[in-house]
Design a protein around this ligand. Structure first.
Ligand SMILES: [Fe+2]
Length: 192
């Protein structure tokens, strides 16, 4: 099964030796920061991208924990357990890389927007029960993975400068694309 290979893939990505120090990049960015902040995801630097990814991972874990508390559907439960396991694993790898590079993720407009949107969705999830809850959770997971995967593939991976971080994101995208396929199946099984 493809997912079994992922820890190996990720470990390989993290063992790559060629890397530019993210701390150096951060200092560089700070000294040349434009006066007006861009709101284009493609303009984010590596440390901002790392912050967005960490935020997006935590949001999916938060939704999954709500699902594990509320659902009685085995399909939804299995999906939510997978989300907690995989997103926690990717977050640990990302934090390990940042520590190794002596760098801190940087908060930014996109992390703030994701967090604000997630507050509304979590409230909606808390307000629903039974099959309505399951369908809303499943549909939101499908849309969320589609949106985040598109962002990672088109705006982040082409622009990440650090070689190790780029490999980590490529490996992460494979996991999250598998989640998207799984979410699609879950929606169908729930009758959506
Ligand atoms: Fe996921």
């Amino acid at each position: 099964m493809k997912l079994r290979l992922l820890p190996i893939l990720l470990a390989t990505a993290l063992s790559a030796t060629a890397c530019e120090s993210l701390a150096t990049q951060s200092a560089k960015t700070a000294s040349t920061a434009p006066a007006a902040a861009s709101t284009n995801p493609a303009d984010l630097n590596d440390l901002e991208i790392a912050h967005v990814a960490y935020t997006a991972d935590n949001i999916d874990i938060e939704y999954a924990k709500i699902a594990l508390r509320k659902t009685s559907s085995p399909e939804v439960r299995a999906f939510a357990e997978t989300m907690v396991r995989d997103h926690e694993m990717v977050n640990e790898l990302a934090l390990g890389l940042l520590k190794k590079l002596d760098a801190q993720p940087q908060d930014n407009f996109l992390s703030q927007k994701l967090t604000a949107d997630a507050a509304g969705i979590s409230a909606k999830l808390e307000s629903l029960n039974g099959s309505e809850f399951d369908m809303y959770y499943a549909s939101n997971e499908l849309g969320y993975h589609k949106a985040v995967n598109n962002l990672v593939e088109t705006a982040f991976i082409p622009n990440i400068e650090n070689a190790e971080m780029k490999e980590l994101f490529k490996a992460g995208l494979e996991i999250f694309k598998a989640h998207e396929v799984h979410a699609e199946m879950m929606v169908k099984q729930l009758g959506g």
